[in-house]
Write a protein that binds this ligand. Structure first.
Ligand code: FAD
Length: 484
């Protein structure tokens, strides 16, 4: 007998390799639902993520329509909406792909119990990760807090399952009027900024959606993977995949990436060495590891993993935070990164580490203030990777960077942006300076500054802090908690 199924889209905004969607489509008539979740305890999406989501839902709606389906949008608390729809539309099967943040797990578990008690089948799947966070353990079956053994154990599990194709056809379920009345248009979700419309830079940079993700991957494998191992540390080059927002919203999944990479290498289409391919997979591994950490430490986005940091003497300094956010610290690499973030919703990984270190260590601001700013401004703002990375930089996380590793933003610039391409692009007021002056313009002599039209303190800020002083102050602050 044909069933009446509901697939609840969340972080899986794609048709291919979407096991929950496929299971629902195979079962019978299908309602495809996305709910903008404003229920209690859920962290609201940041502005950049809302923009991305809007474009991604648009693309998903069109892709579903091409298959005969329809994406129904609603807003509210899924804990109320889904049981209501299930009852009114006489649903027999609800499917979703799993999430791993504590509030989402709690909601999904509650819903599953509620629906099952009413005789509705609920089936959940993994679309988001190569391995479920609980599947990778130490030899004694424990979760691990160190990346290298994590990734070794994950690799020993062998190839991930081959991706499954998109459903060939979707038989859309007609909705009763009472439910139709709950549907809202994409425009009425109000996800995109209007007054002011600050998303121009995002529109210029990205093509959200499953097709945009597939094209980005193909382009990366066939053109940019070559030299990834070193190139990934050069913010002035486009050497990384920029797949992170697509992964974040599930427009592509890691199994698809894995197999596309293998296939491209076997057929000679991929550029780059085996080492480049392995390095790229290991970065996907860091994403997996972040989810492993989040699942086993649900408070990762809000609490220090290392509780000694609860006593860390952070300085609350609104002015310093504001200057960091707006790329006006007077430290070129930091300002370049923060301006790239503001303009495009993205920042290169190396620079993310530098700006985070600068905020936490030189400016002694609580990592949670930085995490929150990234959450609001990144198009790839991710509950696991963002929290794990901020804690990693702070030194408060699992497998964290040791407290005494304080990035010097000048040396980082000289090493990773040796010709100043990245700084010139994002801090154009310094573009006339030589490669040797561009990363520390306050030390340049008067003649080259004059020639480049740079007046420190006027056309470009003086450094917000003396770097040597800031470094020592951070070491002293860390010393206060080291032996706790
Ligand atoms: C302070 C800080 C905050 C961060 N916040 C986020 C975040 O909110 N969302 C996010 O996706 N990444 C975050 N990262 C990790 C990393 O910077 C981005 O994943 C990466 O820059 C994305 O660019 P890419 O897709 O070109 O990466 P590539 O080099 O092409 O890597 C491929 C994929 O691997 C994953 N990946 C790469 N590096 C990491 C990493 N260090 N940790 C976890 N996953 C990784 C991403 O999914 C990425 O798309 C953060 C890093 C730092 C230091």
């Amino acid at each position: 007998m044909t069933k009446r199924a509901l697939h609840w889209f969340r972080n899986d905004l794609r048709l291919a390799d979407n096991p929950a969607l496929s299971a629902a489509a195979e079962a019978g008539q299908l309602l495809c639902l996305y709910i903008l979740d404003n229920g209690p305890d859920r962290r609201a999406l940041g502005g950049a993520s809302r923009w991305w989501l809007s474009r991604s839902l648009d693309a998903l709606g069109e892709a579903l329509a091409r298959k005969g389906g329809r994406l129904v949008l609603m807003q509210g608390d899924p804990a109320e909406i889904i049981p209501r729809i299930a009852a009114a539309a006489d649903i027999d099967l609800v499917t979703w792909n799993r999430r791993y943040e504590a509030p989402a797990i709690a909601l999904d578990t509650r819903l599953k119990d509620q629906l099952t008690a009413r005789g509705i089948s609920v089936r959940s799947f993994n679309s988001h990760l190569l391995n479920e966070p609980w599947q990778v353990t130490t030899t004694t079956g424990q979760p691990t807090k160190v990346f290298t053994p994590y990734w070794r154990a994950a690799r020993q599990k062998g190839e991930p399952a081959a991706p499954i194709p998109a459903p060939s056809r979707i038989d859309a379920l007609a909705l009763p009027e009472s439910i139709e009345a709950l549907a809202v248009s994409l425009a009425n979700l109000g996800l995109e900024p209007r007054k002011p419309d600050w998303a121009g830079g995002l529109r210029a940079e990205w093509i959200p959606g499953e097709q945009g993700a597939a094209e980005r991957l193909d382009d990366f494998l066939t053109r940019s993977l070559d030299g990834y191992t070193e190139g990934r540390d050069r913010p002035g080059r486009e050497s990384t995949s920029r797949l992170s927002p697509h992964l974040r919203f599930g427009e592509i999944g890691p199994r698809q990436i894995w197999h596309a990479l293998r296939h491209a290498r076997e057929t000679g289409k991929a550029v780059g060495s085996e080492g480049d391919a392995e390095k790229f997979l290991a970065e996907i591994g860091w994403r997996e590891f972040s989810y492993h950490l989040l699942f086993h430490n649900p408070e990762l986005p809000t609490r220090n993993y290392d509780r000694r940091f609860d006593a860390f003497p952070w300085r609350a300094d609104e002015e310093a935070l504001r200057r960091w956010q707006s790329g006006q610290t007077g430290i070129p690499l930091v300002d370049a990164g923060m301006r790239e973030l503001w303009a495009t919703g993205y920042m290169h990984n190396r620079v993310r580490m530098v700006v985070a270190s600068f905020l936490i260590k030189h400016l002694l601001q609580d990592w949670r203030a930085g995490e929150a700013w990234f959450w609001d401004t990144l198009v790839d703002a991710d509950p696991a990777s963002n929290a794990a990375s901020w804690q990693w930089v702070a030194g408060s996380g699992a497998d964290a960077s040791p407290y005494f590793r304080i990035f010097n933003p000048v040396t980082q610039g000289e090493t990773h942006d040796p010709k100043g391409d990245y700084v010139r692009r994002w801090v154009p007021e310094l573009s006339g300076l030589s490669n040797s002056d561009i990363h520390q313009p306050w030390k340049a002599s008067q003649a080259p500054l004059r020639e480049a039209g740079v007046r420190i303190g006027e056309t470009y800020p003086a450094p917000i802090i003396d770097l040597a002083f800031g470094r020592q102050r951070a070491l002293d602050a860390f010393a206060t908690i080291r032996n706790r």
